[in-house]
Design a protein around this ligand. Structure first.
Ligand SMILES: Nc1nc2c(c(=O)[nH]1)N[C@H]1C(S)=C(S)[C@@H](COP(=O)(O)O)O[C@H]1N2
Ligand SMILES: [Mo]
Length: 347
């Protein structure tokens, strides 16, 4: 793993190591805002409170005894690929590997909410982690805050999972032990780790991690407005060749990568090996799996002469969205899904 920050732990998977549909737990990127809380399953409780008929608590062994389901879902950090932004911006300089795909087992958030009975005027569900700390730079609230985010009621009742297993193993500490949310199709800041409190609210939540941080500008007739980051944008990434790799002239090179989107499937991925002048359609590997990335590959006949090549991938989904070739400046330092140039040397 590439260490982007030691404390709190921020680890990136070297994306050139992409090997198969499922990302092994030890290779799954880690994104933490605060130190990883040390939690004993025995002492831990999940609290469900706010605009509900029956506030209650669940112990770990009560949750694992509920009806479980297993889903595959890709998590991408909203700041993934930030190192590609020109000019440079503040924030962790993720390359391509703040993304991974795993199998998650847990209980439906809807089952827990139904058990509590949401009041009629409930509008959002806030998920709060056990981790907390002070924000280093203004604008910031006074004192310590918890990592927390809200979901609209409809999303919370739809397909959100409270997961206690990752790829068949108990959730590792770095990935949210004992329980984390998995919010399919959304950037991963919504998938709250070390989940401790679920608060049903009657009005829209405007917490730090969806207003000051993890928000973006949205244009409208009334002018641009700041809105929380939600759904992942369609995106393909090239795993191999890697950035600045030397590839052999006049050879056959297997270009490989992954592509993902939200509320849709990947329709096609195109590849350019000449900086975007010509595009060819690549092979998609296996059938699409809902909310999971799709692997792809392409046999590249490398140029016979030495020189430099800039490779670009471009994904389109079934809903008709295509990866843009230019950065959307309204996305700030997040949602980086324009085609990213992978420059290589042919020798
Ligand atoms: N409680 C808590 N949940 C969190 C975070 C966090 O710092 N604290 N980071 C979020 C962000 S920004 C990302 S990208 C994902 C990363 O999940 P992972 O570390 O399992 O890859 O967790 C999200 N959930
Ligand atoms: Mo993130």
């Amino acid at each position: 793993m590439i260490i982007r920050e030691k404390e709190p732990a921020n680890l990136e998977m070297p994306f050139a190591n992409l090997d198969g549909f499922i990302t092994p737990n030890e290779q799954f990127y880690v994104r933490c805002h605060f130190p990883i809380p040390e939690i004993e399953a025995r002492d831990w409780r999940l609290k469900v409170e706010g605009a509900v008929e029956h506030p209650f608590e669940l112990a770990y062994n009560e949750i694992t005894r509920m009806k479980t389901r297993t889903i595959t879902a890709t998590l991408e950090c909203a700041g993934n690929s930030r190192v590609f932004l020109v000019p440079k911006v503040k924030g962790t300089q993720w390359e391509l590997g703040a993304v991974g795909n795993a199998e998650w087992t847990g209980v439906a958030l809807a089952d827990v909410l139904n058990q509590a009975g949401m009041k009629d005027n409930a509008c959002e569900v806030i998920l709060e982690g056990a981790d907390n700390g002070a924000i280093p730079e203004p604008p910031r609230p006074a004192g310590k805050i918890h990592f927390a985010r809200s979901l609209p009621k409809a999303k919370a009742m739809d397909d959100v999972l409270l997961a206690f297993k990752m790829n068949g193993e108990p959730l590792p500490a770095a990935h949210g032990f004992p329980l984390r949310a998995i919010v399919p199709g959304w950037y991963a800041m919504a998938s709250i780790k070390w989940l401790e409190r679920i608060i049903v609210t009657e009005k829209v939540f405007n917490g730090y991690y969806q207003s000051i941080d993890y928000a973006h500008w949205q244009q409208s007739e009334a002018g641009p407005a700041l809105v929380p980051i939600t759904e992942m944008q369609v995106k393909a990434e090239i795993a191999r060749p890697g950035i600045n790799e030397v590839v052999r002239a006049g050879s056959s090179y297997l270009v490989a990568g992954a592509a993902w989107t939200s509320r849709s499937e990947i329709a096609k991925v195109e590849l350019s090996t000449d900086g975007g002048a010509m595009w060819q359609v690549v092979r998609l590997i296996d059938q699409p799996v809902k909310n999971a990335w799709q692997l792809w590959e392409f046999d590249w006949k490398t140029p016979s002469e030495s020189g430099h090549c800039s490779l670009l991938a471009r994904a389109s989904d079934v809903r008709g969205r295509t990866q843009p070739d230019k950065r959307d400046a309204d996305h700030g330092t997040y949602m980086i899904n324009h085609s990213l140039p992978i420059d290589v040397e042919v020798r």
